[in-house]
Design a protein around this ligand. Structure first.
Ligand code: HEC
Ligand code: HEC
Ligand code: HEC
Length: 360
């Protein structure tokens, strides 16, 4: 028997298949139960699609130098709150409940055999649809996402003891009780320490002895999404406004630490000129006209930059240039200043402020 294929017949078949599909969807016969899992072939197919998608979309991404150990410190505390509830850690087995998801979150033990760093970057940044794997809170903060990649590279061979030290610092593991503000402070202290001096490296900014008004505005800006950081937005949003005020007061009352990272003396000299005189031809004002000790006493919303890690100051200025910093109610003042600086001038100003220890 010969069947004549005509456009009309093709259209009728396509329409019938479409109607059949809709009827099946409408009938409710398709089973969305996570408890039934996927057939092996469906599981293979979906992961094949996922792997191809990740590889194609991350093709253009170049991996920067992520060998600094400070990056592992920076991401570890956030891994504990943002990733461990699904993926577990060397110090905590995965929860049995999340293992009943379809697909279940993998324990990340062979994550470095399966994926190259730029694949991991893409997965952490964007998440994976239909799986529960979320994207990064601040998509603008590639620098933070790379720190998480650096952490994942080290994770599979990490002992439970080392993991605890990285993710909890000196805070006793899971043992904090008391008022909600005490518990919030213990959370901050995992990364910043109770004194605000962070780690011996430049993983975290020095926040001890910073002005109270600036600290509170900054925490509110993070919590409200006006300052961008996947790590700090989550941390600040865990506190009520009243508790943020308590921890701001606590850190303002601590003795200020001073960065011990090595500095380039030539940059310090160049930076001192910019900080004192500004840059005439480019209408850059003197930095000390706002960040000097007397000026801060007059306006408590101007942060103290003295002795801060140069790498942190530099990152903040570069973020402003990319419109990716945000800030508190006075943050717009800095946008105009940062936009006028070259990368060399940013490095110089950062090195100069890091070298200042007297006024802190
Ligand atoms: C709500 C649960 C959940 C959270 C929170 C979560 N993930 Fe995932 N993640 C998943 C699931 C589910 C998958 C598996 C996707 C799949 O099978 O395709 C996954 C996959 C991954 C993968 C790919 C692993 C592989 O073997 O293919 C990486 C890497 C990853 N997650 C890292 C992270 C990091 C880093 C964080 C924290 C910033 C995080 N995840 C937070 C659920 C989660
Ligand atoms: C998981 C680690 C982690 C936790 C927990 C954490 N922080 Fe942070 N904090 C960071 C990192 C990383 C940065 C740098 C963020 C950036 O680049 O914007 C930061 C930045 C800050 C800043 C900005 C400093 C400046 O000079 O601009 C303040 C203030 C701060 N944190 C206070 C706190 C307080 C208070 C808590 C507790 C409510 C807290 N942090 C919890 C890691 C953490
Ligand atoms: C008109 C006042 C003003 C001048 C001039 C000024 N700043 Fe600022 N600066 C601020 C304010 C206000 C903030 C806080 C922004 C926020 O986060 O809300 C700030 C924040 C910063 C930060 C981020 C600090 C942190 O802890 O996150 C850096 C870095 C900085 N300024 C560097 C400079 C440099 C370098 C110059 C000179 C080239 C300069 N500033 C000139 C007002 C000023």
């Amino acid at each position: 028997m010969r069947i004549l294929v005509t456009w009309r017949r093709v259209l009728i078949v396509v329409a019938a298949l479409g109607a059949g599909g809709l009827l099946f969807a409408w009938s409710g016969l398709f089973n969305v139960a996570a408890s039934s899992g996927h057939w092996a072939i469906t599981d293979w197919f979906l992961h094949w699609v996922m792997q191809n998608s990740v590889k194609t979309h991350s093709m253009h991404i170049e991996t920067p130098d992520i060998s600094s150990p400070a990056l592992i410190h920076r991401a570890a505390g956030h891994f504990e709150t943002g990733c461990v509830p699904c993926h577990g850690s060397p110090a905590r087995r995965q929860d049995l409940t999340v293992l009943e998801a379809t697909p279940p979150p993998p324990p990340l033990l062979n994550v470095n055999e399966k994926w190259l760093p730029h694949h991991q970057f893409w997965i952490i940044k964007h998440g994976i649809k239909y799986t529960g794997m979320p994207g990064w809170v601040a998509l603008e903060r590639d620098d933070e996402i790379w720190s998480m990649v650096a952490f994942l590279r080290a994770l599979p061979s990490m002992s439970a003891e080392r993991y605890r030290k990285l993710a909890f610092g000196d805070v006793a593991f899971m043992s904090v009780k008391g008022e909600s503000a005490d518990r919030l402070l213990a959370d901050c202290a995992r990364c910043h320490g109770r004194d605000g001096a962070g780690r011996p490296n430049d993983a975290f900014p020095l926040i001890g002895g910073q002005g109270e008004a600036y600290l509170l505005n900054t925490l509110r800006a993070y919590a409200g999404g006006d300052r961008l950081s996947g790590i700090m937005q989550s941390a600040a949003a865990r506190g009520s406004d009243a508790d943020l005020a308590v921890v701001a007061r606590h850190y303002a009352s601590q003795r200020a630490a001073v960065s011990t990272a090595p500095l380039d003396p030539a940059l310090v000299t160049q930076g001192e000129r910019i900080a004192r005189e500004g840059i005439k031809g480019k209408s850059v004002p003197s930095c000390l006209s706002c960040h000097g000790a007397a000026e801060r006493a007059r306006n408590p919303h101007f942060p103290n930059l003295d002795g801060q890690h140069a790498s942190f100051l530099e990152t903040q200025l570069l973020l402003w240039q990319k419109k990716a910093r945000g800030g508190g109610p006075y943050g717009h003042l800095m946008q105009a200043v940062a936009d006028r600086l070259s990368e060399d001038e940013i490095a110089a100003a950062a090195h100069y402020f890091a070298s200042r220890s007297g006024a802190r």
